[in-house]
Design a protein around this ligand. Structure first.
Ligand code: NAD
Length: 331
């Protein structure tokens, strides 16, 4: 019988995982809550494939040991492949899949909610209401339909953001290095990022963190933006130079920011710091501001997305084991 081991299983994945297992009695899918490391790789001995998900790096040593154990099929339950050495995987003749699209709406909606909460000044009202102050002023809001929303990156997620923004009646402009023909027909694209910076009241990022995009939001790009700009980043932390963002917030050039990602988030997000010294001063600086909302990389975290991450990764792993080429294969 085909055997698959699923690592780092979270409590919230259990209903989907166990339901899948129950419906597929012909395949043995076992699970562990442990991360995939040099210490836990031995558990994979005797399996045909592993299904993984973690933010921590998959070390070369662990990958090599997996290969020595004869386990050649790796399926990630997420999209990012930046924490595994793909050259090594290839050299070893191993195969790897990811889940490239698990629910663009989850991320696009999160960007929208961050935007809405900033525009309607929810963090300030939350604080006032908690202390019993129910007055309106001075936290007057802004309506999305009166904003020009600049969408950088019109891939799976950016396109959903555009549809949602159009539903609100906003003026949408977009920039992508590869133009989507449908959006082009709608006349949404500007030709340069500088044009997008100059015209947008809200800028929302939906590009990958490839080398060219690191710190694309920096002192220079911020200087080209409109006064009172709102910046939303639910893509990758490294797209934004945090020091430049803080300077822009201090000078009030930037009127607000919604951040689901942060450049030094690994090891800080998805951990409980209550009662402990918070480990990152810059992040604390941002979290303490009334006009900044930080969420700990939760944009993806919906029932729908988790369902797709679990089922697509297992089904991709089965295809690899059967010698087929799933469309989720990382090339
Ligand atoms: P995608 O590959 O479908 O689209 C990305 C788009 O960005 C492409 O159209 C590409 O041409 C464009 N692009 C790349 N570099 C660009 C640049 N310098 N300027 C303009 N356009 C550029 O990706 P996606 O699925 O829409 O994901 C977008 C981002 O969201 C990624 O960074 C991804 O890692 C992130 N993401 C975040 C979460 C979360 O939970 N916060 C979850 C999933 C994905």
């Amino acid at each position: 019988m085909m055997k698959i081991l699923v690592y780092s299983v979270r409590q919230d994945e259990l209903p989907v995982l166990n339901d899948w297992i129950q419906k597929h009695p012909d395949i043995q899918v076992d699970q562990t809550t442990e991360l995939f490391t040099e210490d836990t790789v031995e558990k994979a001995s005797g399996y045909d494939g592993v299904v993984l998900f973690q933010q921590q790096p998959y070390t070369d040593k662990a990958v090599n040991r997996l290969n020595e154990l004869g386990v050649k099929n790796i399926s990630l339950r997420n999209v990012g492949v930046d924490n595994i050495n793909l050259d090594l995987v290839k050299q070893n003749g191993m195969k790897i899949t990811n889940v490239p699209v698990y629910s663009p709406n989850a991320i696009a909606e999160h960007a929208t909610f961050l935007m809405g909460r900033i525009l309607r000044r929810v963090p300030e009202y939350d604080k006032k209401i908690a202390r019993g102050d129910l007055r309106w002023a001075p936290e007057i809001g802004r309506e999305i339909r009166n904003q020009t929303v600049g969408v950088i990156g019109t891939g799976h997620i950016g396109r959903v953001v555009i549809n949602i923004m159009k539903g609100f009646g906003a003026k949408v402009i977009a920039y992508d290095i590869f133009k989507n023909p449908e959006l082009e027909k709608m006349g949404l694209y500007v030709d340069t990022l500088d044009e997008l910076y100059a015209q947008s009241d809200i800028i929302t990022l939906h590009v990958p963190a490839v080398a060219d995009n690191i710190h694309m939001i920096n002192e220079e790009s911020i200087s080209k933006m409109k006064d009172d700009v709102v910046i939303i980043n639910v893509a990758r932390g490294s797209l934004v130079d945090t020091d430049a963002l803080i300077t822009g917030l201090d000078s009030k050039k930037i009127s607000g920011a919604g951040l689901d990602v942060y450049e030094d988030e690994v090891g800080v997000f998805n951990a409980d710091w209550e009662g402990k010294e918070f480990p990152d001063k810059r992040l604390k600086n941002l979290m303490d501001r009334d006009n900044v909302i930080v969420t700990p990389h939760t944009a993806f975290y919906t029932d729908m997305a988790v369902h797709n991450m679990v089922t697509v990764s297992i089904e991709s792993n089965i295809k690899l084991i059967n010698g087929e080429e799933p469309d989720t294969l990382v090339k």
